[in-house]
Design a protein around this ligand. Structure first.
Ligand code: THG
Length: 366
């Protein structure tokens, strides 16, 4: 196996010391920053996530802060989701799209007030694009990366843990809404959100210097809840159909192909730069589908696996796949051509070990 060459360019996070102490076994790079994983027991981590509570260092979900009188205008230029009715305590999952209607990122947008937003990024350099729009459009905004690092608290016991550390009231926060908590004198945003379907919160750590104290407070308060360090879980996120930008969808896809149609409000949105292009892309010829792949656990995937029809023609690609202990099949995300995307369609998946039958499903698992 290879190791990552140490470098300041490859940024550590405010929680890196704690994540290392907790036994992180591998790192990937995401937004020029380290994302730790605990590879020893993905299945044990999965069971634990579904029964207890985990703390995930997802600092790599870097924020682009857009602040100023033209902030809403700038954010709306990048997304087909209508931002005009967003409330000050809301989070929106938004496709960000270029003028050709192609995806550039799929962040969570957090509205702090009408003139101030955070874009909590997937893995691409939206800071540069937003700065470019601001400069070229002579917009009255500042665009920068604040010292804000998300920490996810996920699992069925997350409510109990955040109540103990941040106060009983925070559990009243609804899904994709946020509230303000105070930690050691510092206000921070806490949202009910996160990259799992097990419930939970994301704390937007405001100030790296608080990182280890927040981490320690969560672990001290959660001992009897069996709180553990974790990371986004591949098995669970495929079951949930949570897309990974760069894997399942890329710069080559429209939000319609990504299955994000419900976040495209082309009839009402004003000032979105990709509107004309997306109006022409409403009927995609390929789209994200959930598939189950038969047989024993598939090997790890590091390149797209072709999907073939009965004549041997390529009709799609698998982008994410792994064994699910709960559903006792290989849960899979794929991009499938319209001719073969109906539920129940059987395809041949060219998986490195051998060819296997894949069946298109009507939806994801959870
Ligand atoms: N949280 C935060 N930032 C992030 C992610 C996150 N940035 C990177 C990445 N994840 C962005 N991608 C997603 C994908 C799905 C969701 C959130 C971010 C998500 N989707 C809900 C679902 O599919 O059930 C629905 C959201 C909605 O209805 O608005 O949560 O996880 N801070």
């Amino acid at each position: 196996m290879f190791q990552l060459t140490p470098s300041i360019r490859l940024r550590r996070t405010p929680f890196s010391n704690r994540v290392e102490q907790a036994g992180a076994t591998a790192f990937t790079v995401y937004n020029h920053m380290r994302l730790a994983s605990f590879y020893e027991s993905p299945e044990a981590d999965y069971r634990h996530l579904k029964t207890a509570v985990q703390v995930w260092d997802v600092s790599v979900e870097r924020q682009v802060e857009v602040i100023g009188p033209d902030a809403l205008r700038l954010v709306q230029m990048t997304t087909p989701r209508d931002m005009s009715r967003m409330q000050d305590d809301q989070c929106y999952y938004i496709p960000m799209v270029d003028t050709d209607g192609k995806l550039m990122n799929d962040p969570v947008a957090i509205r702090l007030n009408q003139d101030r937003y955070w874009l909590s990024l997937a893995d691409s350099d939206m800071l540069l694009y937003c700065k470019g729009l601001a400069a070229a459009g002579k917009l009255d905004v500042e665009v920068f990366e604040p010292d804000v690092s998300p920490l996810a608290i996920q699992g069925p016991k997350a409510d109990e843990l955040v109540a103990r550390v941040f106060g009983e009231d925070v559990v009243k926060t609804r899904f994709f809404r946020h509230t303000t908590i105070n930690f050691e004198g510092q206000d921070m945003i806490l949202a009910r959100s996160g990259w799992s379907h097990q419930g939970g919160f994301e704390l937007y750590l405001d100030g790296s210097e608080y990182g280890e104290a927040v981490w320690d407070a969560l672990f001290a308060a959660g001992e009897d809840l069996d709180v553990r360090a974790g990371c986004p879980n591949l098995i669970e996120r495929i079951e949930a159909g949570l897309l990974s930008f760069g894997s399942d969808v890329t710069y080559a896809h429209t939000p319609f192909e990504a299955g994000l149609t419900k976040y495209c409000n082309l009839e009402t949105v004003q000032g979105f730069l990709g509107r004309d292009a997306l109006m022409k892309s409403k009927d995609p010829v390929r789209q994200i589908r959930a598939l189950s792949v038969e047989g024993d656990p598939v090997p790890p995937i590091n390149h797209p696996w072709p999907l073939l029809d009965t004549s041997g023609s390529v009709v799609g690609h698998i982008s994410s796949s792994t064994w699910s202990p709960d559903f006792e099949t290989n849960v899979t995300i794929a991009m499938v051509n319209r001719t073969h995307w109906d539920s129940g369609t059987k395809l041949t998946a060219k998986i490195p070990d051998r060819e296997r039958t894949a069946t298109v499903r009507s939806g994801f698992w959870i």
